[in-house]
Write a protein that binds this ligand. Structure first.
Ligand SMILES: Nc1ncnc2c1ncn2[C@@H]1O[C@H](COP(=O)(O)OP(=O)(O)O)[C@@H](O)[C@H]1O
Ligand SMILES: [Mg+2]
Length: 356
């Protein structure tokens, strides 16, 4: 039976079809998934990466990977939710209950409405829970406490690595209270943790650990310079995440903290050209529907990526926004631009659209 479980390498190859770059995160995820599908226990994962670097894309890639392989998806029921709703849910009912409810609903979708509640609970217990935007449930924002965040972290704590979680069964599952062993769940949480980069940089340059980051001498074309070269992964410590507002108990539940890298120019180009739901592919489909073929020169694509990279807070999301500006007028009057059945854009056209 175990022979049908794909190896981490096989999973990596599939996830790489949807996620560009982010090797470390893909590797960590693939190892965890392979173990989970083999029925082994796996440590929880926390993913940290700037907005638009692929955190949600990676979670969705795992969902899609399993959805396309029913024999694998039955081995592990997956749900994905925003951390925010956990705070709201904790306010109303029993903490953590929402997570179990979602898993149970998903298990019913998989096993059918006739499946016995016992069977659904068994299925749900081995699930994978993606909690997105986990940085939104920080315990404080600045100096002000964030009550719903505190509650949501507590809610998560009740279901992470807990062998007996009281759970009110929903009406459709017969109602009543049962005790669920949730220690077999795999949690993968992700968040942008905006501001974390700056606060860690400050800590090692002007703050508590002032002077820890030493300038290095670099030789450049215009001479020799002293520079501070800072990478979050070299300096991030658990205390930085406590300061951010994640409780020590919460953090102690994660075996792996993975940092997603900011995307390089080449990666932005690849995302633009290769990701199936990119603005480029959507627009191409639109032109095709009008019997027109859209083509961009490599330089034109690169120019769009360069423009997108200037909006570093948006990550790859900026590609869509920049491309909208470039393509809007062409979409308005597609025929006018393509008398011979094709619309060709070079740097000149991109430049003109970006700087009208
Ligand atoms: N590493 C990546 N590989 C492929 N697409 C990406 C990547 N990063 C971002 N994108 C694209 O950018 C958009 C935002 O990415 P998303 O994963 O939602 O970012 P976040 O890290 O904020 O969750 C998506 O449309 C996605 O297609
Ligand atoms: Mg996201």
């Amino acid at each position: 039976m175990t022979s049908v479980v794909p190896s981490p390498r096989e999973i990596v190859a599939e996830l790489e079809k949807r996620v560009i770059g982010q090797r470390e995160a893909i590797h960590e995820m693939s190892i965890a998934l392979s173990k989970k599908l083999a029925g082994l226990s796996v440590g929880n994962i926390l993913m940290i990466g700037s907005s638009g670097t692929g955190k949600t894309t990676l979670m969705r890639a795992v969902e899609a990977y399993l959805e396309e392989r029913p024999h694998l998806s039955l081995r592990s029921t997956v749900v994905r939710m925003h951390a925010n709703i956990l705070g709201e849910a904790a306010q109303r009912g029993r903490p953590g209950e929402l997570i179990l409810e979602r898993l149970l609903e998903r298990a019913r979708e998989q096993l059918g409405v006739d499946a016995a509640t016992e069977q659904l609970l068994e299925q749900a217990r081995g699930g994978i829970v993606f909690v997105d935007e986990v940085d939104k449930i920080r315990a404080h924002v600045g100096d002000r406490p964030n009550t719903s965040g505190i509650r949501a972290q507590e809610a998560l704590l009740t279901v992470i690595e807990n062998e007996s979680v009281p759970f009110n069964l929903p009406e459709w599952a017969g109602g009543g209270t049962v005790t669920v062993d949730s220690s077999g769940l795999l949690f993968v949480c992700g968040g942008a943790f905006e501001g974390l980069y700056d606060s860690v940089f400050d800590r090692v340059t002007i703050g508590r650990d002032r002077g820890a980051l030493k300038p290095v001498t670099v030789v450049e074309e215009d001479g020799v310079h002293e520079k501070l070269i800072f990478a979050l992964r070299d300096w991030l410590r658990n205390e930085d995440l406590f300061d951010y507002g994640m409780s020590p108990q919460f953090l102690s539940r994660f075996d792996a903290v993975v940092l997603l890298a900011d995307l390089t120019l080449d990666e932005l180009v690849r995302i633009f050209l290769e990701v199936p739901d990119s603005g480029y592919h959507q627009t191409r489909a639109y032109f095709e529907s009008r019997d027109l073929h859209l083509a961009l020169s490599p330089d034109a694509v690169r120019r769009i990526a360069v423009e997108a990279a200037t909006e570093s807070r948006l990550g790859a999301r900026a590609l869509k926004e920049v491309f909208r500006r470039v393509i809007r007028d062409y979409e308005l009057d597609p025929q006018a631009n393509g008398p011979n059945g094709s619309v060709l854009l070079d740097v000149k056209e991109v430049e003109a659209a970006l700087n009208p």
